[in-house]
Design a binder for this molecule. Sequence first.
Ligand SMILES: [Zn+2]
Length: 134
Amino acid sequence: MNKFRDKLIQFMYGRYGADELYKFMTAVLLILLIVNIFAKSLVIGLLIAVIIVIVYFRVLSRNTEQRRKENYAFVQLAGKVKHFFHINRLRVRDRKDYVYRRCPECKKTLRLPRRKGQHTVCCPQCKKTFKVKI
Ligand SMILES: [Zn+2]
């Protein structure tokens, strides 16, 4: 058993391996496999095959710099998607007490107390002041 393990370590030496994009693609792959058990679609089957090829290509690739760039782009995009859902969850949760407005200068989303009227707001990030009507 140790001989197999050593051979595997030797084979994977210098190869990229698993990362966040690998985990995401594997999760998508599992979901598509489960869906295709019931749907039995040729299109989903082809999509599964393409994803498997891409996953193995990335894991076994020796071009680690390019794989790292792909993973970095994926992590950045995933962070934006997570932030979008996080902000919208907070908007729904706090809708009675707060309003959310975007700073016109730096585009940061600010949480402001829900008080009727016109207010002057100072952005904590860029320190720009702007008027807000609630
Ligand atoms: Zn700002």
